[in-house]
Design a protein around this ligand. Sequence first.
Ligand SMILES: [Zn+2]
Length: 177
Amino acid sequence: MKRSLLLNCNGEPLQFIDAARAIKLMLKGRVEVAFGLSGEPSFWDEIISSPTSGFRIPAVIRLKYFVNKRIHKKPPRFQKKVLFNRDSWMCQYCGIECCYSAITVDHVLPASRGGRTTWKNCVAACKRCNNNKGARTPEEAGMKLIKQPIEPSSLHYWDTSKSSSWHDDWVLFVKSN
Ligand SMILES: [Zn+2]
């Protein structure tokens, strides 16, 4: 199902939500459809049908009121897929883009040496770099991380790297993978 990008009322991106939830928020009057690249309200071409009518799926919606993200903030549970989304499905050592079967989780401080499976100790790596690094730290292996691992944001729960799931208007608010 298509997703809608939900913005805070100040334009800050909050998360990708499924189309049915986006349309419910619209019907409740809590959001409005934001303007896209064309200067028109941002929609997908698809519609969702109910027994009585059809709704165009919005691509970007904006809350009419401000929500404080911190209220909902607790450290998200570690999930591989979210980690890969955070790292744009890109090896964090050589920068190669990896498909699902070629991507691995690398423990920056190796698990065999007490490195934990946490957002800040794990990065996406291709099999070659992961094997090459082995049970060494990046420094010991002479490898350099492209960026330091951080906790993911709620945007990383959705994989935007597939072109079929990416809406062009989203470049206005979040960076494309
Ligand atoms: Zn690599």
